[in-house]
Design a protein around this ligand. Structure first.
Ligand SMILES: [Mn+2]
Length: 268
């Protein structure tokens, strides 16, 4: 098992990000706590200086396990299911830029399709648009050998793919070896009929995990059952990345230190 924490390269309206801006300073914090790597949240890959970033990652001997794309939706209004074909095309193109960026970064990070998929609302074509957008994205993913993750997100943040069962339907329908599932403990606690059974049914496709407690504070500050979580991951032989994605609660520094302490104790 390898452990990472999310750093946003820029400030953002999305509040479940404990570390933001100043990549160098935040990488040093994670390094000091013996994290194995980092997950990045990036709004627009074209604003990233790849050489500078790789130099920083190299200096800290850090790989990037995944890249979150949600800010392209939250800040720029891009979505893979948007009724306007131009905005859809723009969103697909943005994800292709993410794939290209990932292919040039240490660790060949997986690209997360979370909020960027957009919301259905009254759009009866949303599912069809999503399917077509993903087919296009997966061609690019195959070309650059980058994995793509679909993340179920709770009903208060989106109305489209809220639980693991719904994500698996799309993943099976698209049927592509590069398409995997991201399970997030905060969302699962709200949406899954049984968190442990859901982890078991998706084990073949489980490619990444986000952790936060039930209140989106650091693990250990809510009532998520972390012992059963670790037992279940051992049972399904998950050996990938577990990444901390949470509010800066109880504080930014406590969030990053308590997350790694708990994870190491669960999986030692
Ligand atoms: Mn998440």
């Amino acid at each position: 098992m390898k452990f990472s924490f999310v750093i946003s390269l820029q400030n953002t309206k999305f509040n479940a990000i404990a570390l933001k801006e100043n990549l160098q300073q935040n990488l040093e914090k994670l390094k000091k706590l013996s994290y194995d790597g980092v997950e990045l949240a990036i709004r627009d890959p074209s604003t990233v200086n790849i050489d500078e970033m790789n130099a920083l990652l190299n200096k800290n001997n850090f790989t990037v396990c995944a890249i979150g794309t949600g800010q392209a939706f939250v800040e720029d209004g891009l979505s893979l299911t948007h009724p306007d074909p131009n905005i859809r095309a723009y969103a697909i193109n943005r994800i292709k830029k993410f794939i290209n960026l990932a292919s040039n970064i240490m660790g060949k990070p997986k690209i997360i399709i979370g909020l960027i998929r957009g919301m259905k609302k009254t759009n009866v074509n949303a599912e069809n648009y999503f399917y077509k957008s993903m087919q296009d994205i997966l061609l690019e993913a195959e070309k650059y050998k980058i994995d793509i993750l679909i993340e179920p997100i709770n009903r208060y943040e989106t109305d489209f793919i809220n639980n693991i069962h719904e994500a698996l339907i799309f993943i099976r329908k698209l049927n592509h070896p590069r398409l995997l599932l991201l399970a997030d403990t905060f969302h699962m606690n709200i949406e899954e009929p049984n968190v442990w059974q859901s982890l078991e049914i998706c084990k073949e496709k489980l490619g990444h995990i986000h952790v936060a407690d039930t209140n989106r504070w650091a693990p250990g500050y809510g009532h998520f059952e972390w012992d059963i979580f670790s037992q279940t991951l051992k049972k399904i032989s998950y050996s990938g990345w577990i990444s901390g994605e949470m509010l800066p609660k109880p504080s930014e520094d406590e969030a990053i230190s308590h997350t790694i302490t708990l994870l190491r104790s669960l999986f030692s």
